[in-house]
Design a protein around this ligand. Structure first.
Ligand code: FES
Length: 103
């Protein structure tokens, strides 16, 4: 079962294969900043992947285009910026997102 370490909170949670980072966090009672219906539109859930990028599903066209639309043309230059509602885990990862807190 993949494990997700969420910094700077310091929480480690278990995720199901192909579960999104946000789904796993919410299932474990964590608040994750959102601004849409968790469908990749708002980019408020964006996180930095500190390690394990290759153990996540790749970025799709929809995620990429919304990151660029919301955050500017260079938003996807750094592949570590991912949407927590879209990135699905395949193995252990470490992510960084301010504002993630226990509910
Ligand atoms: S919650 Fe809106 S893009 Fe992820």
């Amino acid at each position: 079962m993949p494990r997700i370490r969420i910094e700077p909170l310091g929480s480690i949670i278990e995720a199901n294969q192909h579960e999104s980072v946000m789904e796993a966090a919410e299932r474990h009672g964590l608040f994750w900043p959102v601004g849409c219906a968790r469908n990749g539109e708002c980019t408020n859930c964006a996180m930095e992947v500190l390690s394990g990028l290759s153990r996540m599903t790749g970025m799709g066209r929809y995620e990429r285009s919304n990151l660029i639309r919301q955050r500017g043309p260079r938003a996807t230059d750094d592949a570590r910026l991912r949407l927590a509602c879209q990135a699905r885990v395949l193995g252990d990862v470490v992510v960084y997102k301010r504002g993630v807190d226990p509910l």
